[in-house]
Design a protein around this ligand. Structure first.
Ligand code: MTE
Length: 362
């Protein structure tokens, strides 16, 4: 519920059953927390349901025409024995902010109606995917790498799409991608991919396959529903047949406030929030407290860093009473500034426009 601490649908303690979950972070509950989103407030996005897997029995199989030899299996202990990398990065759903296409712009879109809570930053620790691919005998002929989850098959509108899986080019797989087994210093919990998930920095969350069970390495391009019918941009403003599969996330911002938050007039307040981008670090955030008339720079509390977010704050002394709109507009180091209006697409990905955050001054 708005105003309640933690994620909107809190995870029950001692999770014992398989279940499906989509839960977004309550931004008001991030105020005063550190850089990393606490695990119990981190959004959950499942196409299917959370499986409960035993790390001791779990295996990762790497196979396919892009290897020099046969399939190779890794245990949890094998992965833990490889050089470990720790990386603080944001994970965000491509559909984050989707509901604003409808509520703010009047564009019809389909999909989970997130506000801005399908994003979080965590300290991920794991093995490099590149190390695992090389140990498995990566061939110079490899072009695509497709991790697949151990969740149930995804069935929608009568179509069985199989297990969640999405290819990426081998160049990306050999870059900054992790096979993560820890989140914020603790082993992954079931909802976030236990025992092992991918973390693909800066890319749409669908690339960060949870509960990974096998990885196909291929000497020709691979396809799955998640890079063909989903996670492309469709609609009049996009190429016929859809855009290329989405990769890097756009620039976005959120206030650490509940919708409809109430402020006392004639008093000093401190507005806080965060901004992030998959195209680079954040170098400027401007805030408007009069619905977009005047803008002033917010104070940034973190240095711009690719893959991460910045926390920011700005003082506010509201005078008159009544409804007000707070707006935050970020610019990243690649020069992208949040626009006033986001180009629509049928499935509502990549809403990057400035959000009009309605509050009340009393
Ligand atoms: N991996 C599997 N196996 N199944 C899924 O449904 N959802 C993806 C991705 N990985 C998904 C998955 C999507 S769309 C997102 S945004 C992220 O996981 C969400 O990760 P989180 O639930 O840990 O926040």
């Amino acid at each position: 519920a708005p105003g309640a601490p933690g994620i909107v649908k809190p995870l029950p303690a001692g999770l014992l059953t398989v279940r499906g979950t989509n839960a977004e972070t309550n931004w008001a509950a991030l105020r005063g927390t550190g850089y990393h989103t606490p695990v119990d407030r981190f959004f959950v996005r499942n196409h299917t349901a959370t499986p409960l897997l035993d790390p001791a029995r779990w295996r990762l199989t790497v196979w396919g025409s892009g290897l020099r030899g046969r399939a190779v299996e890794f245990s949890y202990a094998d992965l833990r024995a490889l050089p470990a990398v720790t990386s603080s990065v944001c994970l965000e759903c491509a559909g984050n902010g989707r509901s604003y296409f409808t509520t703010q712009q009047g564009d019809p879109v389909s999909g989970t109606p997130w506000t801005m809570g399908a994003v979080g930053a965590a300290r991920w620790r794991g093995a490099r995917l590149s190390d695992v691919l090389r140990l498995a005998g990566l061939s110079p002929r490899a072009v695509d790498v497709m991790p697949r989850g151990l969740d149930a098959a995804f069935v929608t509108e009568g179509t069985d799409h199989g297990r969640v899986r999405r290819p990426m080019p081998v160049e990306k797989a050999l870059g900054d991608v992790l096979l993560a087994y820890e989140m914020n210093g603790r082993p992954l919990v079931p909802d976030h991919g236990s025992p092992v998930r991918l973390v693909v920095p800066s890319w749409a969350g669908i690339a960060s396959v949870k509960w990974v069970g096998d990885i196909e390495v291929s000497d020709r391009p691979l396809f799955s529903p998640w890079n063909t019918v989903f996670y492309r941009l469709f609609g009049p403003a996009h190429p016929a047949g859809g855009s290329a599969p989405v990769t890097r996330q756009p620039v976005r911002s959120a206030f650490e406030l509940a919708p409809g938050a109430v402020f006392a007039a004639g008093r000093g307040h401190r507005l806080t929030g965060r901004s992030w981008s998959g195209q680079g670090g954040i170098r400027r955030v401007e805030v408007s407290t009069d619905g977009g008339g005047a803008w002033r720079p917010a104070r940034l509390h973190d240095a711009p860093r690719a893959g991460g977010w910045v926390r920011w704050s700005t003082p506010w002394h509201p005078r008159g009473t009544g409804p007000a709109h707070l707006l935050a507009r970020a610019t990243d180091t690649a020069g992208n500034t949040q626009p006033a209006r986001s180009v629509p697409n049928e499935q509502g990905y990549f809403f990057d426009a400035v959000v009009r955050h309605a509050v009340e001054v009393v």
